[in-house]
Design a protein around this ligand. Structure first.
Ligand SMILES: [Zn+2]
Length: 656
């Protein structure tokens, strides 16, 4: 999973330690879910069968099943005594060790989480999607909350014919079913229940094949055909790279990727079926600022690290997130080069160091660690380990580890043992410094970077905090763009007409740090409005509008057709600036206000709504209709929108 829309939120993982994985092994689930009325937040008359093997004599077994109703519960086709306690379905019988049985039933659900129903019918954008990690699949499908029982899930769905239904495994058939469509998916291998997924919505898709012949299917909204290439850019290349780099073939039958509205995270690595936030669906310009590449590679890497081998508990969570973060970095390095890779490691080392200074650092084995620790420190462990043991040992050890533990669960020692076996030397000190101790070994990390990268050495050397006389030279002569950005952030007053001649990143930094524009730079600054970056355009528009009141109409005319990202960042700013430019398009002010207000409505994405509320509050214009939408936002499934709306509501009340 990846949270990157808001950096490093503490993930509160509640890992459930199942009491019964040594008593019963659930092997195969076949379930049929019926989506008959999309406005209703439940599925009804679903059918379910599960095959299981008894490992140890017992008088009862259970499935996790939250807030469901059951009918026709049968064991090997005969009625059986059962109890539904609202959390579990418990079935009673004299189960003998070695016995292989089938449990079947009909169930209805009404999920409050883990499956989300987005009713946007008037926009043609109804969706249903699931999120099993951290939320539990058992909220919508009877399953096992314990990650250690791996099950083959073969799911079928009935849904209205205008929707695509996308789930784990191969689509075996798609047939007419009394005016609806029956979708039958088939998996071949077992996985933990948190990786089960389904997404329903209006989608088109294209498929290409990896070098190894694996189908890679990219879903997109019908109106987004021009965004397919920039959104999914490098997908095949990264897939081919990871298969080569990891040395173990992709372990599932196919790989599908599906964007959805208002997703809870950046992406989620459901087996063979990654679901990701449609904020990453970008056009050619949005690609430059905010692309899907890192999330794409991260979720793909999880198909091995997390899905094929799964951490037994929260203590070993880094075996998933650290590995996914590391392999995503390697995939990016293959595309963008060494300096990019080193710079990302540098940035995460700085953040990890800061986390320790703030007193919130933890051992990597602490299940309550921050995402920063699990993801970035985890990736650092692998970079440092590889630097120590060498490429050959590292790659062979990873391969051995994956093959030895495939389709089962792993602990940190399982991985370390594989490396030690090939390295021939104890890794006790390494493990204690890099993995176990509370502090991130920031000096050792910087030492590695400085040994390995002249680019990082230069970056560290270029420092204008103390405002030295060399600083204006740095902006003229050849140092990396990253170093120039650093100088601009520290001494924006050094920017000259020449500085505008540098590339994308440097120009973006000018738009970010040179906020009061000197007259001498006016002409050059105006060219930023033509850059292929929605971030640069948003910054530049605001700064130009503020610095040169006499030219406000000119800047507004130039940017009137720019929308920006899916949160309409440029459009919202444009509306607000227009409303504050009395002489410009005076007749249309009410219409623009109505447009801004409309973006607070529940039919829009959470990020867009938050931005619209913020601007309305800034202008002290959150009227009665705005406040109704604000109240309504408090019950959204997206916690960021909920938190925001509650805080803004409170603030508005205090003012009254
Ligand atoms: Zn992840």
């Amino acid at each position: 999973m990846k949270n990157s829309l808001v950096a490093f939120i503490l993930l509160s993982f509640v890992i459930s330690y199942g009491q019964q994985s040594n008593i019963v092994d659930f092997q195969r689930v076949e379930a049929l879910l019926v989506f008959n009325q999309l406005a209703v937040d439940s599925t009804t008359y679903n059918a379910y069968e599960v095959d299981f093997k008894i490992l140890k004599e017992t008088d009862s077994i259970f499935l996790d099943a939250v807030n469901m109703e059951f009918k026709h519960v049968a064991l090997n086709n005969s009625a059986v005594i059962f109890k539904n306690d609202g959390e579990k379905l418990i079935v009673y019988s004299d189960f003998e060790a070695g016995e292989v049985s089938k449990l079947s039933f009909i169930f209805n659900n009404a999920p409050k989480k883990a499956m989300y129903f987005l009713g946007w019918e008037n926009e043609g954008r109804n969706q249903i999607w699931t999120q099993g990690q951290g939320k539990y699949t058992s909220n919508w499908l009877p399953s096992i909350d314990d990650v250690n029982d791996k099950i083959e899930f073969d799911l079928k769905f009935v849904a209205p014919r205008q929707y695509e239904v996308i789930s784990n495994g191969v689509l075996k058939s798609k047939t007419d079913n009394l005016g609806n469509i029956l979708w039958e998916y088939d998996m071949q291998k077992p996985m933990s229940s948190y990786l089960v997924a389904v997404a329903l919505g209006r989608y088109n898709s294209i498929t290409e094949h990896s070098e190894s012949g694996m189908p890679l299917q990219y879903f997109y909204y019908p109106e987004d055909s021009l965004k397919v290439e920039p959104t999914y850019r490098y997908s095949k290349r990264m897939f081919d790279f990871l298969e080569q780099e990891i040395g173990v073939n992709y372990p599932w039958q196919n790989y599908k990727q599906v964007p959805v509205h208002d997703f809870l995270y950046a992406g989620m690595e459901n087996t063979g079926c990654t679901i990701f936030s449609d904020a990453y669906v970008v056009d050619e310009i949005g690609y430059n600022d905010r692309n899907y590449i890192n999330v794409n590679a991260h979720e793909l890497a999880h198909q091995w690290f997390g899905n094929l081998v799964t951490a037994t508990s929260g203590e070993h969570h880094w075996l998933q997130e650290g590995f996914a973060t590391y392999y995503a970095l390697l995939a990016e390095k293959d595309i963008f080069g060494d300096n990019h890779y080193m710079f990302k490691l540098y940035e995460s080392a700085v953040e990890l160091g800061r986390q320790d200074i703030a007193g919130s650092g933890t051992s990597l084995l602490n299940p309550k660690s921050s995402s920063l620790t699990f993801y970035q420190r985890g990736a650092w462990v692998l970079h440092a380990l590889r630097s120590l043991v060498g490429d050959t040992v590292f790659k062979k050890a990873v391969k051995n580890y994956l093959i030895k533990y495939q389709f089962s669960s792993v602990k940190t020692a399982d991985f370390i043992n594989e490396v030690e076996a090939l390295y021939g030397t104890s890794l006790k000190t390494f493990v204690s410094v890099w993995i176990k101790q509370k502090e991130f070994p920031v000096d050792a990390a910087f030492g590695l970077l400085q040994n390995q990268s002249t680019f990082i050495n230069e970056y560290l050397m270029v420092d204008c905090q103390a405002k030295s006389s060399k600083c204006s030279d740095y902006l003229k002569y050849y140092v990396s763009d990253e170093a120039k950005v650093k100088v601009i952030s520290q001494m924006p007053e050094l920017v000259t007409k020449d500085t505008f001649k540098h590339g994308f990143k440097v120009r973006q930094a000018i738009s970010q740090y040179v906020t009061k524009i000197p007259k001498a730079l006016k002409e050059d600054y105006e060219t930023l409005l033509d850059d292929k970056s929605y971030v640069t355009i948003e910054n530049a528009l605001y700064n130009l509008w503020s610095s040169f009141p006499e030219d406000r109409a000119k800047y507004l005319s130039k940017t009137r057709n720019v929308i920006g990202f899916s949160d309409k960042n440029v459009r919202l700013l444009w509306i607000v600036l227009n409303l504050n430019t009395p002489f410009y398009q005076a007749d249309n002010k009410q219409g623009l206000y109505e447009e801004l207000l409309s973006y607070t409505n529940e039919r829009y994405d959470a990020n867009l709504r938050i931005k619209a509320f913020q601007y309305l509050d800034l202008m002290r214009s959150c009227d009665e209709r705005c406040q109704i939408n604000l109240d309504n936002a408090k019950t959204h499934h997206n916690w960021r929108l909920v938190k925001f709306s509650k805080e803004l509501s409170q603030k508005l009340q205090n003012k009254e």
